[in-house]
Design a protein around this ligand. Structure first.
Ligand code: MLT
Length: 256
């Protein structure tokens, strides 16, 4: 892993492959390692950059109460550190919310966007309340609360559960709480998406139990040039459940 210090805080990332830069942003509450299965299919055509979002994996936690834009700023700091003027950006679930914030804040740095098992809509009031309640439970009981609730919903294939469980249990409770609050406060990005003039790829499992494939279909309808790749019998973790198809979909960013 490589490490960058931003305002005294460590941000860890992996970089490998050759070609156009592609930043892969993990979802909640995970880290860069979820992308391992897709790496062998992408290193021949991308300069892959896999950060741990602030607080997750090896990265230090952000200041308390970050907003979704906090994570997008960290990505921009990483690009600047690497001397990259533009990049393709793929975000998984919460990583997609971060990627949309990045697209809003740094449109000139974006060469193409992929949303994997993500959505453009903001939380409903009920969903927001649920996230604040979960944040309180994590503060009292730790990461196990989230692992127990999420792992069975992450994949249709129980073979992935032990790894995902372990990965969530490794995450710092304060990072989980920060991520929950940031997601609860994120804005609706639907109009932003419809105004995007860069390549857009949407990858979604038809059996995603956390974010319905309908969200990706709605997003695809808003953007005439969008490429929608639906994966049958795949849940919320396409990069682990269908790595080859997910990588092939990401390569479509470069065709446009
Ligand atoms: C994620 O996988 O990043 C989260 O489940 C997204 C969410 O809760 O909205």
């Amino acid at each position: 892993m490589n490490t960058l210090a931003i305002a005294g805080k460590r941000l860890t990332y992996l970089r490998l492959g050759t070609g156009a830069p592609l930043v892969l942003v993990h979802g909640f509450p995970l880290d860069h390692s979820i992308w391992e299965p897709v790496i062998p299919f992408l290193t021949d055509c991308f300069d892959l950059i896999l950060p741990d979002l602030p607080g997750f994996g090896g990265s230090d936690s952000p200041e308390p109460d970050p907003v979704i834009e906090t994570y997008a700023h960290a990505l921009a700091d990483l690009l600047s550190h690497l001397g990259l003027e533009q990049t393709f950006l793929a975000g998984h679930s919460m990583g997609g919310y971060v990627a949309l914030a990045f697209a809003r804040l740094y449109p000139r740095l974006l060469r193409g966007l992929a949303l994997i098992a993500s959505q453009t809509v903001a939380d409903t009031p009920e969903r927001k309340a649920g996230r604040y309640a979960t944040a309180e439970q994590v503060a009292a009981q730790g990461a196990g609360v989230v692992a127990d609730a999420m792992v069975p919903k992450l994949s249709v294939d129980p073979a992935h559960y032990p790894l995902l469980n372990e990965l969530i249990l490794c995450q710092k409770p304060d990072a989980i709480i920060a991520g929950l609050r940031a997601m609860a406060g994120r804005p609706d990005s639907s109009s932003l998406l419809s105004s995007l003039n860069v390549p857009l790829v949407l990858v979604h499992g038809q059996a995603d139990a956390l974010i319905s494939v309908e969200r990706a279909r709605e997003a695809a309808q808003m953007v005439p040039h969008a490429v929608l790749v639906e994966l049958p019998e795949v849940g919320h973790m396409p990069m682990m459940e269908a790595p080859e198809q997910t990588a092939a979909a990401l390569k479509r960013l470069t065709y446009a």
